[in-house]
Structures are given as structure tokens and as C-alpha cells.
Design a protein around this ligand. Structure first.
Ligand code: UDP
Length: 243
């Protein structure tokens, strides 16, 4: 698969359709694969954390979540085909596998939220098989139990919304003992499915101003968001000095 190097993070150069097809292929296979959807903030965190960078680069699929990553790929003259956000990918998977024998498990969010998300998803996507759900605030002692529940549920696709980079570390650490086929890190998407958070309107997302929408909604994120201008500056530096 074609990958585009954005500051040492090798992003998959695919469309959402191609990502769904890849996941479809993995479901009929025998091994487990990880899917992460890094945005500019996570790529900047990976600059400071080699372990995170390594985990990202070892993912089966690493899709660009956010206009910033796609913009950087263009500035670097190695354009990515399209933005593939975690939420859009998961929505496409629900549509594709509705009525099929493919099971999902929802892990993450505050107690009660994953359950509401599961109900809403089944309502919206009809015959989607949600095999189970669990909140994302379990203790280290509870972890074995959570893994057992996921494995016993016979799920194919595990949706993990513990926030980034917690979910990436969690998936990486537990993949060897999970019996599903695909693990996807989805950030705050479970809250969105549960109606606890709202996505920026389509027009704002298309114009690439989702970050501004989030900043207004969640001002506490401003510190993390300082990584956005740093990301763009780093990108221009790389383009100008070609290193
Ligand atoms: N979360 C969780 N367990 C934790 C920390 C966070 O389940 O220990 C959930 C939280 O409830 C929210 C999501 O992870 O649903 C974090 O969303 P956020 O928007 O902060 O993540 P991002 O989209 O930036 O990855």
C-alpha cells in the first residue's frame, strides 16, 4: 500500500472506500490488524514520543484524520488522495456491514455512553450487529475481564474510543490477546454516536475549519491545539529546507 511520510509518520494514501475494502479483506483473514486515524496533533505528539511514532508506523492502516494532514501532504508535494477521519470510516463500516455477519464491539466513553451509542447506531444503521459495549474508564485490574468480554462476544471489529494516544497504546499493548480481526482507534466518536458531542457542520469540515469549531466548543483543548501551528511551521520548514 502506498504511504506518504508526514514528519516520520507514514500515512496510508487511500480513499475511504479503499480503507473499507482493506478492512473487509482482513475480516475474512486469520490475523488481527490495527487502524489509527492520526490528526496533526497526534503527528506532533509522535515527534516527541518515539514509541508512539513506532506504534503508528506499525499500524495496518493509518488514515489522515483532519484537513491539516492532507494540507501538509500537499505542501510537501506528496499529496494524499483524501481525508479519512475515524468517524467517517466507522460510519462507512456500519453501512457496509449492515445485515452482514460482521460484529462490532464498542469500547470507550464515560459509563453509560457506549450503551447509548450502541442503541443509536442500531437504530440508524438497521441490521448492524453490535456484540457488546464497555465504558472506557475501567481499572487496570478490570482489564483482563474487559478483554474476556470482547473475546467471548465473537466480535470482528473492535471500536476503541479512549482518546488519542491512550487508545493507540492500549490497542498496541493488547492486540496479541484479542481475538477480533480489526481494532480501530476512534477518539471521541463514541460520544458523537451517543449524541453527547456534535460534529462540526459538513461545510466547516469541508473547508478545513473543524479545529476552530472544536476550540470554541472545548477551549480547554487550546494547549494541545498549539501543536497545529507548530505542525504547519514544521511542514513549511521541511519543504523549504527539504529535510
Ligand atoms: N475516554 C475514555 N477513557 C479514558 C479517557 C477518555 O473512554 O480513560 C474517552 C472520553 O470519554 C471521550 C474520548 O475518550 O469519549 C476522548 O475524546 P477526545 O475528544 O478527548 O479524544 P480525541 O478525539 O482527541 O482523540
Amino acid at each position: 500500500m502506498d504511504r506518504v511520510n508526514i514528519h516520520g509518520v507514514n500515512i496510508s494514501n487511500i480513499t475511504i472506500r479503499e480503507a473499507v475494502e482493506k478492512i473487509q479483506e482482513w475480516i475474512s483473514g486469520n490475523s488481527i490488524h490495527s487502524v489509527y486515524t492520526p490528526n496533526a496533533e497526534i503527528i506532533m505528539q509522535a515527534q516527541r514520543d518515539p514509541e508512539l511514532k513506532n506504534i503508528l508506523n506499525n499500524a495496518g492502516l493509518l488514515t489522515p484524520d483532519g484537513a491539516g494532514v492532507v494540507l501538509a501532504s500537499r505542501i510537501l508535494k506528496t499529496p494524499l488522495k483524501s481525508k479519512v477521519s475515524g468517524i467517517d470510516l466507522v460510519k462507512n463500516l456500519f453501512e457496509t456491514f449492515s445485515g452482514k455477519n460482521v460484529g462490532f464491539y464498542i469500547l470507550g466513553g464515560r459509563p453509560g455512553v457506549a450503551e447509548i451509542a450502541a442503541v443509536n447506531i442500531m437504530e440508524k444503521y438497521g441490521k448492524v450487529k453490535i456484540k457488546g459495549y464497555y465504558n472506557g474508564y475501567f481499572s487496570p485490574e478490570e482489564e483482563d475481564h474487559v478483554i474476556d468480554l470482547i473475546n467471548q462476544s465473537g466480535t470482528d471489529i473492535l471500536i476503541v474510543g479512549l482518546g488519542a494516544p491512550k487508545q493507540e497504546f492500549w490497542i498496541h499493548r493488547n492486540m496479541y490477546r484479542l481475538s477480533c480481526k480489526v481494532c480501530i482507534g476512534v477518539g471521541g466518536s463514541i460520544d458523537i454516536f451517543a449524541g453527547k458531542a456534535t460534529l462540526a457542520p459538513e461545510i466547516i469540515r469541508k473547508l478545513g475549519f473543524e479545529w476552530l469549531f472544536r476550540l470554541i466548543r472545548e477551549p480547554r483543548r487550546y494547549k494541545r491545539m498549539m501543536d497545529l501551528p507548530r505542525f504547519i511551521i514544521l511542514t513549511y520548514k521541511k519543504r523549504i529546507f527539504k529535510k
